[in-house]
Design a protein around this ligand. Structure first.
Ligand code: HEM
Length: 326
């Protein structure tokens, strides 16, 4: 019985560590939908369901043919992300100690998923016009950033922060992050000018594909240079966390760059493009994590203190044995 009550209590109240697990699950789904969305385009299933929110004029759900099934699965997956974000929000209400910033962020995430579903609908109603597809992709990246921010916050004991790197390191970090966003933005324009619009008849961006790829890869080289520069400067200034995270970003960039060139010289086969999009999620996450390294949580009025556990509680006074001296 006692165990049962403890279990119910532990379910009713959520520890910071368990709350973080909820955020990690949501992060997984938000990253995964970027890949399933890409799979819709790469398999030419963008107009598999020609209407929204219904799949066809009279069917809400229809998987009667392959393109329809792919698009339908992606739509259902959006529902899963919605649930994951609602779970994060609900968990923040039961988290002890309670943190208002986490609840606010959870609510923002739910709003973001709802907005994305709406943009997805607009993409279908505009018959996959390239600018709507670009907006849809970039909104996913913004949602990913929101989720990473929530993960960072949930791992820190206070909302108060201070900058822990000097001005040069901070500037270089911000430049690296901005270049990452530019590279990703240019990547979406390359896709818009290329063959993977989601449907054979979709109008493409009228930019010569080779020139688009050239501009995209020049931006990538600038990003690589900024990252190497940051590693050197951060090491000299003893900003160890920044240097380590910049190293991680460089490693992901190497992988992503290699995939980029291989896919380009092989006429952008869908499987490699999918891998390139996975790489883009990795590059963006690494760049965001690097950005967070410029700060550290500091003590404030809302600082969480670890709750006393069986190990940290003082031992109860020893019971003295009474010896009958008679
Ligand atoms: C290393 C950092 C890189 C990042 C973060 C990145 C990111 C991206 C992104 C986000 C897209 C758009 C995906 C979409 O809209 O679904 C894209 C497309 C593309 N990228 Fe990159 N890219 C990188 C490097 C490269 C390199 C070095 C090349 C080689 C030339 C390259 C070639 C391409 C091509 C050809 C496409 C169009 C693929 C398609 O047809 O959809 N990328 N990239």
């Amino acid at each position: 019985m006692g165990r049962c009550v403890t279990w119910i209590r532990s379910f009713a109240e959520i520890s910071p560590a368990r709350y973080r697990r909820f955020v990690l699950v949501a992060l997984f789904f938000v990253s995964a939908i970027i890949l399933t969305g890409a799979a819709v385009r790469l398999s030419g299933s963008g107009l598999g369901c020609p209407t929204w929110p219904r799949c066809t004029g009279d069917e809400l759900v229809d998987i009667s043919e392959p393109h329809r099934a792919v698009e339908q699965l992606n739509r259902l997956f959006t529902g899963t992300i919605g649930f994951a974000c609602i779970a994060v929000f609900a968990a923040s209400l039961r988290r002890r100690p309670y943190r208002r910033d986490l609840t606010r962020f959870g609510a923002l995430l739910i709003g973001g998923v709802f907005l994305q579903a709406l943009i997805g609908g607009i993409v279908v109603l505009l018959e996959l016009q390239w600018h709507s597809v670009v907006l849809h992709f970039l909104a996913s990246i913004a949602l990913l950033y929101g989720n990473l921010e929530l993960l960072r916050r949930s791992g820190e004991p206070s909302t108060q922060r201070r900058i822990v790197v000097d001005r040069d390191v901070r500037r270089l970090t911000e430049t690296t992050f901005a270049l990452t966003v530019i590279v990703i933005g240019l990547g979406t324009l390359v896709t818009s000018a290329g063959p993977h619009g989601g449907d054979e008849d979709v109008e493409r961006l009228g930019w010569n594909l080779t020139s688009a790829v050239r501009v995209h890869s020049i931006a990538v080289w600038c990003l690589v240079a900024a990252t190497i520069g940051l590693i050197v400067v951060a090491r000299r200034r003893h900003a160890t966390i920044t240097a380590n995270r910049a190293n991680a970003l460089l490693a992901v960039l190497m992988f992503q760059g290699a995939v980029g060139y291989i896919q380009w010289f092989n006429r952008v086969p869908p499987a490699l493009v999918e891998l390139h999009i996975l790489g883009a999620v990795g590059v963006f996450s690494a760049a965001a994590w690097l950005r967070f390294a410029s700060f550290e949580a500091v003590e404030g009025p809302d600082t969480e203190r670890p709750r006393p556990t069986a190990d940290t509680q003082p031992d109860p006074p020893l019971e003295r044995e009474t010896v009958d001296a008679r």
